[in-house]
Ligand binder design. Structure first.
Ligand code: SAM
Length: 505
């Protein structure tokens, strides 16, 4: 990695200097205009209504990131037709225009009048033809795409707004008119942008990486991979740094796509934060990004060479191990009338994440949530028979060291004929029943290891762990799990767990 680092760092400096063919005086101009843009950005940011800011996803790009994004464009022979949707004060268009040199025109969408004031002034100073649309990009783009005759673009640069869109919201209804099914404004903007590109059109976007895994973003991944090749993925390691003016806690990536191009190798680059001072890059085969035969089309962002010696850990599908995983079936508010603060002779335990402290089962526990559910047919249909299970928290706190946190459920401690797993868990079971105790222990050991955590972070950039993520991963063989299970106990330290795993590989 050290070699890689030296070469790539140099390359990045080139991107900002030689590659754009800027002479020294122009470079100084660029640095001055960068500083001016950044101060305008902060000025505009201060004027925005904090409530509207969340609603419109108004987190603006710093000018050095904008320049890095623009540097990913290939300079076209013909003047570019540029698109910037959700343009803010125009930092991305300013950087793109500098890189592309000849721009036939730019179309910008910005819904917020405060932003538009700054935007218009910035774009005018570029002396290129432009159309500033003070309208909703989603509506306009859908009308354009549906009409088949609207403007198409050769280049698009975007930092789209981030906001969930409900299944019956106006935006979702509009998007369905052109066959887009997605759950967030940012993937909606990117999907529409893709459909507005000419063949070989280049798209560079900065956005959260939550679309890379999880079932809700699968239709978006399908559209993106059907329509485009992925050329470059840049990942920021530090969550809050890409948008350092705001409290944004999303892992962000920069993506370069080309519409209609056959997929080949992908450049994967990494930097610790927005400063890009420790930029490194490597080229990987596409099969490392989207695994062949992966129906879920997860996007893996592997910034380091995968270690061959870890093969032994990731070799079996869950089904080969006679294991399944589901979300905890008990949605507590649906069975509220059966809640019991304390267990009785006539109740079932209801397990929540707070019932595990430092790996140990602490039950019952004083809490606003119930400890048990009354025996009743309405309740029993959501329960599983007592037995050994491995359960994984679906949501971990941001400050937690590991994303995947697993516990063993031991029938000796739960002491009931049936157990309720609350919806905040993922539950490893087999045919809705418990699993082999040694396999359970080995599985918990594997899931709690640093090796697994590193592996998980390659395809997941957020703190949520979905059953689909766990279903889609590979696991050690049952023999290896049993070997781990013979030595594992639930109060082991991280170092002890990792030593057990390292002995195996
Ligand atoms: C994440 S900010 C990015 C701004 C700018 N591109 C940048 O990188 O600094 C997204 C921008 O999209 C605008 N926006 C949000 N929803 C929009 C919509 N439906 N149509 C057009 N613009 C929208 C917001 O006002 C905001 O300025």
């Amino acid at each position: 990695m050290a070699d890689n680092c030296a070469v790539s760092h140099e390359r990045y400096r080139q991107i900002l200097t030689d590659d754009t063919n800027l002479r020294q005086d122009l470079l100084e101009d660029s640095i001055k205009s960068r500083a001016a843009l950044d101060s305008l950005r902060l000025e505009a940011n201060a004027k925005l209504d904090p409530k509207k800011k969340g609603e419109l996803g108004q987190y603006m790009t710093a000018s050095n990131i904008a320049e890095f994004m623009a540097s990913l464009f290939d300079v076209p022979c013909e003047p570019a037709k540029l698109l910037d949707c959700g343009a803010g004060i125009g930092s991305l268009t300013v950087a793109a225009t500098r890189k592309l040199r000849r721009v036939a025109g730019v179309d910008l969408w910005e819904i917020d009048p405060i932003m538009r004031g700054y935007l218009e002034a910035n774009i005018k100073s570029l002396n290129i033809p432009y159309v500033l649309h003070g309208a909703d990009f989603i509506v306009d783009a859908v009308v354009n795409i549906a009409s088949h005759g609207g403007t198409r673009f050769t280049h698009a640069i975007l930092n789209p707004p981030y906001k969930k869109i409900g299944s019956s919201s106006e935006h979702r209804l509009w998007l369905r008119k052109v066959g887009i099914e997605t759950v967030n404004l940012y993937t909606a903007f990117l999907a529409l942008t893709i459909l507005l590109m000419e063949k070989d059109g280049q798209v560079v976007a900065i956005m959260p990486r939550s679309f890379c895994n999880g079932p809700y973003y699968k239709p978006f991944r399908e559209l993106m991979l059907r329509e485009c090749s992925i050329e470059h993925i840049h990942v920021f390691d530090s969550r809050s740094k890409a948008f350092k003016d705001d409290e944004v806690l999303q892992e962000n990536i920069i993506l370069k796509l080309i519409r209609g191009k056959a997929q080949s190798d992908v450049v994967v680059s990494w930097s610790h934060d927005h400063k890009l001072t420790d930029y490194i890059a490597r080229t990987v085969p596409f099969s490392q990004v989207v695994k062949p035969n992966d129906e879920q089309l997860f996007i893996h962002i592997q910034t380091e060479e995968p270690s061959l010696d870890a093969d032994r850990l990731f070799k079996c599908e869950l089904t080969e191990l006679d294991l399944e995983v589901c979300t905890g079936p008990v949605v507590d508010f649906r069975v509220k009338e059966f809640w019991l603060r304390d267990p009785t002779a006539n109740s079932f335990p209801l397990l929540y994440p707070h019932h595990f402290v430092n790996g140990e089962f602490v039950y019952p526990r004083e809490h606003k949530k119930p400890n048990a559910l009354k025996r009743h047919a309405e309740v029993e249909k959501w329960l599983m028979p007592n037995g050994f299970y491995v359960i994984v928290k679906r949501f971990s706190a941001k400050e937690e060291r590991r994303r995947v946190v697993a516990y063993i459920v031991d029938p000796e401690t739960t002491k009931s004929d049936k157990i309720g797993f609350e919806n905040h868990w993922n539950v490893f079971h087999f045919k809705k029943k418990g699993i082999d105790p040694l396999i359970a222990k080995g599985l918990a050991c594997f899931l709690n290891s640093t090796r697994l955590d590193d592996h998980f972070r390659v395809f997941s950039g957020h703190t949520q762990v979905n059953a689909t993520d766990l279903r889609n991963m590979e696991y050690p063989s049952s023999e290896t799990l049993k070997t781990l299970g013979r030595s594992y106990y639930s109060t082991m330290t991280q170092q002890q767990i990792d030593q057990l795993i390292e002995k195996l590989i």
